[in-house]
Each structure stands twice: as C-alpha cells, then as structure tokens.
Design a protein around this ligand. Structure first.
Ligand SMILES: [Fe+2]
Length: 157
C-alpha cells in the first residue's frame, strides 16, 4: 500500500461528481422528451438515470454517508429519504407508466428534487467528506465502489 496522499479521495469524489453531471445531462433530455410528449422516451431516460444512480447511491450510502452520519445525522437521514423518493418514481419506468397519466409530472417533480439533492451533496457532503474522512474511511468507500461498479468508463488503476 502506497503512503496515503489524498489523491484517491479526490478521484473518488471526482467519480461521484461525474455521475452527477451525467444525471443532470439526462434530466435535460428528459425535459425535451416531456415537452414533446414522448412518454416512452421519458421511461427510457428514467431507466438510464437509474443505471447511473444505482452504483452511485450504493457508494454514497454504504461508503460516504456512514462516515459522516455521526457528525451530521439529520442531514444524512434526509438525503437518504430523498434517495428513496427519487428511486420510487424512477422505478415506475419499469412498470405501468403508460397507463398512469400522472407519471410524467411526478417524474419531473422528482427530477427537480434530484437536481437540488445533487447540489446539496456537492456543496455539503463532498466538501465535508474531503475535510473529515480518514484514510481507512476512504479505503472503505473505494471498496464499496469496487463492489458496486460504475457506468462511467474507469481508467485502469
Ligand atoms: Fe450523489
């Protein structure tokens, strides 16, 4: 094991940030699809967002958040509750979304929440993590990432 210099922490946060950017990009396509009334396309985009968020959320909830929950219990609980709300609406893309006329609007509301949520993480959670996590905690976060995988193409370590 090389001596810990903090570069791995920055890479870990950078990967989470890139996933956020990918999600924000997909949300902008969703807005176009919503405007065009293309519900099947919305469902397809919702499934793409889920694919990005699935490993991302595991890294946050099993790696980053436990390391911060001691100092910020209420904030972390609120972020996890938002994950559940957002996932639930996205998951409807796999079900009878075509027969529920309220889904497109509920999805766009959930995406507004998701954009807000992403800003809270980037302005709050990520800087707090960079300031507070120990080497062992970063290693634990990376272990969760190795297990969870990623939709981003990762450069060889
Ligand atoms: Fe996130």
């Amino acid at each position: 094991m090389c001596e810990y210099c903090g570069c791995q922490a920055l890479e870990t946060i950078d990967e989470l940030t890139q996933e956020h950017e990918k999600v924000v990009d997909l949300i902008s396509h969703l807005r176009d699809a919503r405007r065009d009334g293309a519900v099947a396309r919305m469902a397809e985009l919702a499934r793409e967002i889920t694919a990005v968020l699935d490993p991302h959320t595991q890294v946050e909830e099993h790696g980053l958040f436990p390391a911060l929950a001691g100092d910020f219990p209420e904030q972390i609980a609120a972020l996890e509750a938002e994950h559940r709300r957002i996932e639930a609406v996205l998951a409807e893309a796999n079900g009878a979304f075509l027969t529920d006329p309220s889904w497109p609007d509920r999805l766009m509301e959930a995406m507004a929440l998701l954009r807000d949520h992403i800003l809270k993480e980037q302005d709050g959670v990520f800087p707090a993590a960079l300031a507070n996590l120990s080497t062992e905690e970063w290693e634990a976060v990376e272990a969760v990432r190795a297990e969870a995988g990623s939709t981003l193409s990762r450069s060889a370590a």
